[in-house]
Ligand binder design. Structure first.
Ligand code: UDX
Length: 457
């Protein structure tokens, strides 16, 4: 850490792996710039204190029952968390700021600002009443953040069923999605979500700034438009993991045997398969993926989280004879040290759900993707990968053994795969330059640090 600058920043991540990683990365960046860090977090998915010896961690009760913490309904979980954390968060923050004389105390403790995930929507009046500046961090791509406010309107205008001739039509309000993507995305839509999006919009607009883990090279148009729409400072500070490894914020223990296994494989021969921290699949989808991988003859490293397959514990539904084939050519783990894996020279492709963290991690290592998005922003990230940057192949939701086998072969063995590989190398370079000195993300980070510094003066 640089010498302390005497200022403290309070961070409040959403308790989801894909949201914790960027927030903890930001904490590490600010700590390295001399800020002291306090993280307020829920009991559910709490970060491990031993992994963050330099941060002050304050836990608040979240009121989630054991059953609720196991729910796969992310919208429901976010609604419950926002309802139940408001009062404990208020108590915690107020105590930190030592009300009633909060202004004086804030100066004395030199708390500069609160940075919270955009998914927390109750922080605005509280921070305002405490006279505490507030910044918002959003863990998705800027184009998704901007576009997703159109979802309620798209939901109202949607007419089922979607005709075959319309499937590939572009969606003007939410580019570069196609109609079929929006229909799948809207499966999760509800009126509760409409109200939630309105609150996110208002809370962001009234904040002192918005932070994305993206950069001009990946998001230029949307960043410009977001600045115009929100009229607040917008900081695209780049893929955060390029500055500090994210392993310390992993909620599950990564299986470190992946690395010695990869060491034994040929360069660029292995397909890495992982669908992040939230996606669930059916038993039959598990089997199709297993057959597809096995038939491709390409070595693979496959992450299947415990509980990821609906109705079973892990992978016991895969018949023994298929397991025998899989074990010859691959390795299945419950959680991987993903960033180390993607960095490994043995990795030649990534069959991914296209969460934003995973997508940028893959871009930064120059690993071409096979895209299989399931929920939310993943559809948009997959379109960017395949249609805009053209650094991946889209499975178009065909979770079938022949499709999976064929797409892996194209990526690893055919000229088309080679072209994709060359393109992602170029994109990797561009993004790499962005986080280096004087690059766009580097400069944005400098502006952010400066902005936070001046919020307290
Ligand atoms: C979801 C959304 O899809 C994402 O875009 C949003 O920003 C947050 O919620 P998630 O399913 O968690 O995210 O995916 P992703 O954003 O890719 O984040 C997963 C993180 O877990 C990555 O940083 C990845 O490196 C890490 N990971 C994943 C591991 O460390 N090991 C694994 O085995 C799998």
């Amino acid at each position: 850490m640089e010498k302390s600058n005497g200022l403290q920043v309070i961070l409040f991540p959403l308790p989801l792996q894909g949201c914790i990683n960027p927030m903890i990365q930001l904490a590490k960046i600010l700590h390295s710039r001399g800020f002291s860090i306090t993280v307020i977090h829920t009991c559910f998915n709490a970060p491990r204190a031993s992994s963050h010896p330099f941060f002050k961690l304050l836990q608040i009760p979240d009121g989630l029952s054991e059953i609720e913490t196991r729910s796969h309904d992310v919208n429901l979980m976010l609604t419950l968390l926002n309802e139940r954390c408001e009062s404990p968060f208020r108590d915690c923050l107020t105590k930190l700021l030592q009300a009633p004389d909060s202004e004086t105390e804030r100066k004395k403790q030199m708390i500069s600002c609160l940075i919270h995930d955009s998914g927390w929507t109750f922080t605005e009046p509280l921070a305002k009443s405490l006279n505490l500046p507030r910044l918002v961090l959003n863990a998705t791509k800027a184009s998704f953040f901007r576009g997703h406010f159109a979802l309620p309107q798209l939901h109202r205008e949607r007419h089922l069923p979607l005709q075959d001739s319309e499937q590939e039509d572009p969606v003007r309000e939410f580019p570069p999605l196609r109609k079929k993507d929006v229909y799948r995305l809207l499966d999760e839509e509800s009126e509760v979500l409409d109200a939630y999006l309105n609150r996110i919009y208002d809370a962001t607009k009234s904040s002192s700034g918005l932070i994305f883990m993206s950069c001009e090279e990946l998001d230029q148009e949307s960043l410009t438009q977001t600045r115009q729409d929100f009229q607040i400072p917008v900081f695209a500070i780049g893929p955060s993991h390029t500055r500090f490894p994210a392993s310390s914020s992993s909620l599950l223990a990564p299986d470190e045997t992946c690395i010695p296994w990869l060491d034994k494989q040929e360069d660029r021969s292995v397909i890495y398969v992982s669908f992040g921290s939230l996606v669930t699949i059916s038993e039959s989808e598990l089997l199709e993926i297993a057959w597809g991988l096995s038939n491709s003859d390409q070595p693979f490293l496959w992450v299947v989280r415990v509980g990821m397959v609906n109705g079973i514990k892990w992978i016991e539904a895969i018949p023994e004879e298929v397991m025998e084939m899989l074990n010859k050519n691959g390795k299945i783990v419950k959680w991987a040290p993903q960033q180390e894996v993607l960095k490994h020279q043995a990795i030649g492709g990534y069959l991914t759900h296209n969460g934003w963290n995973s997508t940028v991690e893959s871009v930064c290592e120059g690993v071409p993707m096979i895209c299989l998005p399931f929920i939310w922003d993943q559809f948009l990230n997959a379109r960017f990968v395949c249609d805009i940057w053209r650094v991946g192949l889209h499975l178009e939701n065909r979770i079938e053994r022949n499709e999976i086998e064929g797409t892996i072969r194209i990526l690893f063995l055919e000229a088309k795969g080679e072209v994709i590989r060359e393109r992602i190398e170029l994109l990797k370079e561009k993004v790499g330059t962005s986080v280096k000195q004087n690059g766009s993300a580097y400069q944005c980070l400098e502006s952010l640090v400066d902005h936070i510094f001046h919020l307290s003066s």
